[in-house]
Design a protein around this ligand. Structure first.
Ligand SMILES: Nc1ncnc2c1ncn2[C@@H]1O[C@H](COP(=O)(O)OP(=O)(O)O)[C@@H](O)[C@H]1O
Ligand code: SF4
Ligand SMILES: [Mg+2]
Length: 405
């Protein structure tokens, strides 16, 4: 049998370090018994839909998730399992309808079918409002969430079904840096231990070389040698984020998900951390997925940019294409909110109406139609296709031809 490492080497012919195909992650947030009233000639499904159309269950939730959430007999209250019709059932039948008890599950479709590739050594920036599924996508790719559907290839290897030891072997190669450098560091461990903990577990270097190795990583991240024995509370936000980056780097990763790594930092510190990430990328040939809601930061670090809305990409392309000739109305609205330093340059701000809809009950057709100033009838019914309009500039919007090119 091939090991993970040999498989990675032998199958590494793709120009992409990461390939994601139709990835979905749906969270089960509620399960309940519900009374639905069927009218004569109506099926149970039609009655359910009429009662509460948003409570739909995705057809493709993984078998394991389904099994673990099966309702057991004990969960059904005695009176509801009774063979005798309840008062409500009798009442319903009197009115010519039939009352049924159904078991319902409600899912948040945090990531609802995304496909993309990331070439070696590049940075894919991910932007979108809070709650649109950026973090869930990043974590799902690293298999920190059990995915609902889809396929993830890392260096040509399908990691979607890898389990236990096989996945553990791969973990050092795929790392994550979190948003909050305060809560993501254990307060009772000195910096050297924090950075080195996983180095010991994964036996990255022999014991005799351990301290020198950690000090070298710390220097690369702009941390001084004597910080080795200090504790996280002694450091500022920027230094803490350097410690988080050093911790990820110590495992010798090739791909790092940076989940809003500068959002919690002062603006003056943000540039230092972004520049550090860029230097490390150049020196160590790293590939990043850089998640942020701040377009200026994404513009600075990314090669390609993906714009997410309610669990899907609405636009993706080369950084210059996205920032200089955006296509999707949502991207235009996001860009119009970016402050411009030139006082002579007038920006026409596009104010989006209403809040982002609930991912448990996304709108039909184009998910953005409830807030789009260009909404047409077709937008409310038919979901636009995510089409490449040239040079890898993809967009999902009915304002553009829907024929595949
Ligand atoms: N563990 C979870 N259980 C249930 N819902 C979740 C969970 N994690 C995230 N969500 C929901 O998934 C959606 C996307 O969340 P998230 O990926 O954190 O968005 P973002 O990072 O873009 O702000 C949100 O509606 C959030 O409430
Ligand atoms: S498909 Fe329609 S509603 Fe959606 S972004 Fe385009 S114009 Fe707006
Ligand atoms: Mg997030």
């Amino acid at each position: 049998m091939q090991t993970t490492e040999t498989t990675l080497k032998s199958e590494n012919s793709s120009p992409y370090i990461l390939e994601v195909h139709d990835l979905k992650k749906h969270f089960l947030i509620r399960k309940e018994w519900k009374i639905v009233k069927e009218q004569p000639g109506e099926t149970k499904e039609q009655a359910e839909k009429k009662e509460q159309p948003e409570r739909e269950v995705p057809a493709d939730v993984s078998a394991s998730e389904n099994n673990s959430e099966e309702a057991s007999a004990e969960e059904i209250p005695a009176e509801q399992t009774s063979e005798q019709p309840s008062e409500e059932e009798k009442e319903g039948e009197k009115r010519g309808g039939k009352v049924k008890l159904v078991y319902r599950k409600t899912y948040v479709k945090a990531v609802d079918g995304v496909s993309f590739n990331v070439p070696y050594g590049e940075t894919l920036g991910i932007v979108g409002e809070s709650g649109c599924g950026k973090s869930t996508m990043g974590r799902s790719i690293l298999r920190l969430h059990e995915i609902t559907a889809g396929k993830i290839l890392f260096k040509g290897l399908d990691i979607t079904k890898l389990k236990g030891a096989e996945m553990r072997k791969l973990r050092p190669k795929m790392q994550i840096v979190f948003q909050d450098p305060y809560s993501s560091l254990p307060p009772r461990l000195p910096v050297g231990e924090i950075i080195g903990e996983a180095v010991k577990i994964h036996k990255i270097v022999p014991k005799s070389e351990y301290k020198d190795y950690i000090i070298d990583i710390m220097r690369k991240c702009g941390l001084q040698d004597f910080y080795f024995d200090r504790y996280p509370h002694e450091f500022s936000g920027g230094q803490r984020q350097r410690i988080c980056i050093a911790r990820a780097l110590a495992l010798g990763p090739e791909f790092i998900v940076c989940d809003e790594p500068v959002s919690a930092l002062d603006v003056s510190i943000q540039a230092q951390i972004v520049n550090l990430l860029k230097e490390l990328q150049r020196d160590l040939n790293l590939t990043y997925m850089f998640i942020s809601h701040d377009l200026s930061v994404v513009k600075h670090i990314s090669d390609r940019v993906g714009v997410m809305y309610l669990g899907k990409f609405v636009e993706m392309g080369d950084k210059n294409a996205i920032f200089n000739s955006p296509m999707h109305p949502y991207t235009l609205a996001l860009l119009s909110a970016v402050p411009v330093a030139d006082p002579h340059y007038e920006v026409k701000r596009i104010i989006l109406q209403g809040d982002i809809p609930s991912p448990a009950n996304p709108p039909k057709g184009c998910k953005f139609h409830t807030r789009c100033a260009h909404c047409m009838d077709i937008c409310k019914e038919v979901e636009p296709k995510f089409i490449d309009y040239g040079n890898g500039h993809l967009c999902a919007c009915h304002l553009y031809p829907q024929e595949e090119r």
